[in-house]
Write a protein that binds this ligand. Structure first.
Ligand SMILES: [Fe+2]
Length: 417
């Protein structure tokens, strides 16, 4: 009989990649929503050699309400000077007008499912609190509320939050990250982003700086000294600017680097795709592979550190939240296995022990049958349970926009379910 009262279950004979440094085979249990290595209660699921267990992934940069397709970018053969003309192009586009027919709640659910289908249970929704604080707690995945923010550091930015200095101060007081786009362009103000934060006296280890494509070598040294964090969004950067941050130099300087998708209006379909792009971009820039282990850190431990949540997320250490991702084992190298993964490879995903998605071999985790609030979908020709009802949502979107809209980050066809 499943231990439903506590939501306990045990993965046994499991190949576990707790972090880039801790890999082993054995049993892992979920007890009281946390990882546990001694309780071994609840239903047991024997995994064996066909699967690998990882911490669920962290997407360090997204705008959850902005995940719609197709992308909006510069005219063929040209690229932007900074983010502002893109923002103007987006808001004048047909796709933005079409998106506006969908409710904000639907857009947030789309963003949540985009992330879920790449093994993500924690995402940073870069948007003002006044506009997301009521909706984030209702989502099927975790979009944390504790952060200070700005849109950018330029005189022409979108003025999110209460101003850089106050938002940063609030972040420090609460032990939150202070998050802002920075140096996303090549005009004078964009290129001066790091110095602007320096002049304000706030460049420190609370700062999580997104994009940073225009950093100089001096800027990189300043970030390293200040222990500030950088979020790398290679797909979005290459699409808009045909250039990305100096990733090898940042790594060499010891800057803590995390990976983010940005919204699908400029970025990847999801975090798996972003890892594929990151690898390809790194190879084209430097003629060598970015180690898979380094990329794995960028979607697990590094963002946990940047967002001040490493005491509970980012690895499968005992006592951490039971945010678990199980993938099919396609190669012997556990890190290559995850950086080559796609939605079809997800076998199971949980957040704080709660099963969000999985094949029916995990149905005992849900008590042996489908509870209220879940549905069944076919992904890769295999039935999966999933929290919520993305099939009905997808159909409703098609009805609203009046044609068979394809959203590639949803890995199923609603009419074939
Ligand atoms: Fe962004």
């Amino acid at each position: 009989m499943p231990d439903l009262a506590t939501g306990s279950y045990t993965l046994e004979n499991a190949h576990i990649t707790s972090s880039a440094k801790k890999i082993y085979t054995g049993s892992l249990s979920v007890h009281n929503k946390r990882i546990c290595y001694y309780h071994h209660g609840g239903p047991h699921i024997n995994l064996g050699d066909d699967f690998i267990v990882y911490p669920a992934l962290i997407n360090s940069h997204d705008h959850l309400r902005g995940n719609y397709l197709p992308r909006v970018g510069p005219s063929p053969g040209s690229f932007y000077l900074n983010w502002l003309p893109w923002d103007n192009d987006l808001k004048a586009s047909d796709v933005y007008a079409e998106r506006s027919n969908l409710s904000i709640e639907t857009m947030y659910m789309l963003g949540s499912f985009k992330n879920l289908f790449s093994g993500v249970t924690t995402v940073q929704d870069h948007f003002p609190h006044a506009q997301n604080r009521n909706i984030l707690p209702e989502l099927p995945i975790r979009a944390f509320l504790g952060y200070g923010l700005a849109h950018e550091s330029s005189s022409y930015d979108l003025k999110w939050g209460d101003g850089i200095e106050l938002e940063h101060k609030r972040a420090v007081q609460n032990d939150w990250p202070f998050i802002t786009h920075l140096a996303e362009g090549f005009d004078e103000e964009s290129m001066n982003g790091v110095q602007t934060l320096m002049d304000m006296g706030i460049l420190d280890d609370y700062c999580v700086l997104v994009h940073c494509i225009a950093l100089s070598s001096v800027d990189i040294d300043l970030l390293a000294q200040a222990k500030s964090h950088v979020v790398w969004c290679p797909a979005s950067n290459m699409f808009m600017f045909n250039v990305t941050c100096k990733v090898r130099q940042l790594l060499k300087a010891g800057v803590n680097l995390s990976l983010g998708t940005d919204s699908t209006h400029t970025g990847s379909f999801n975090l798996f795709e972003e890892m594929h792009t990151a690898r390809a971009v790194y190879r084209s820039l430097y003629g060598e592979d970015l180690p898979a282990k380094t990329l794995f850190d960028m979607v697990t431990l590094n963002p946990a550190k940047a967002f001040h949540i490493e005491d509970r997320l980012g690895s499968l250490d005992s006592g951490h939240f039971a945010d678990i991702l199980i993938l099919k084992a396609k190669t012997d190298d556990v890190f290559e296995n995850i950086v080559h993964a796609s939605a079809e490879d997800i076998e199971f995903l949980s957040m704080k022990g709660k099963a969000l998605y999985g094949t029916l071999r995990f149905i005992d985790v849900l008590g042996g049958s489908l509870p209220d609030g879940y549905s069944i979908i076919n992904v890769g020709g295999t039935p999966h349970f999933i929290i919520g009802d993305p099939v009905t949502m997808y159909r409703a979107i098609r009805t609203t926009v009046g044609y068979n809209k394809i959203l590639d980050f949803l890995p199923f066809e609603p009419e074939e379910q």
